[in-house]
Design a protein around this ligand. Structure first.
Ligand code: HEC
Length: 151
């Protein structure tokens, strides 16, 4: 009879062990919730680092919002086609009638530096040119645009 009384004591011990196990489950849930938030924040932090190097995807967005009213890559419209501009001679797109101001720069090429100066301040680069555009202040947006134009 003494042996039967000892067995229930063993079950009581296992019941005492259960509450700590439930607490550990709660801690794991909290850790997972805390881990999820920093991962989202770190992903947001990484995006601007890529843009700083010249992001053609952002350049396309800038182009569509600021340039596409007058330019396409494939054909002349209000402004000349821009698909074959980067690295080529200034004012050299066939079939487009450039201003005298921009034609005077035709001995130069659209290097990254010249494109950057033009996009920052068109009237400063070629005074009297026909592109009615004030310029882009953001150096990052200009770098992204140039990356997009270089394809
Ligand atoms: C209001 C219309 C207009 C807008 C907006 C505009 N452009 Fe232009 N763009 C022109 C015109 C017109 C010319 C030709 C200028 C000339 O002959 O003096 C030109 C010329 C250029 C050239 C020289 C091309 C060549 O063949 O030498 C580049 C590069 C250029 N634009 C890029 C851009 C970019 C990039 C944007 C957007 C940030 C932009 N332009 C916005 C009208 C525009």
């Amino acid at each position: 009879m003494k042996e039967e009384k000892e067995e229930p004591k063993v079950y009581e011990i296992t019941e005492d062990d259960q509450p700590p196990e439930l607490e550990q489950v709660d801690i794991e849930k909290e850790r997972l919730e805390k881990q999820a938030a920093p991962e989202e924040k770190s992903a947001v932090v990484m995006a601007p680092k890529k843009k700083a190097a010249g992001d053609p995807a952002n350049g396309e967005k800038v182009f569509k919002s600021l340039c596409s009213v007058c330019h396409s890559l494939a054909a002349n419209s209000v402004g000349p086609a821009l698909g074959a501009v980067a690295g080529f001679a200034i004012a050299s797109q066939e079939g487009f009638q450039y201003s005298a101001a921009l034609s005077a720069k035709a001995t130069l090429k659209w290097s990254d530096t010249n494109l950057d100066k033009w996009l920052a301040n068109p009237s400063g680069f070629a005074p009297g040119n026909a592109m009615a555009f004030a310029g882009i202040d953001s150096g990052k947006d200009r770098a992204d645009l140039i990356a997009y134009l270089k394809g």
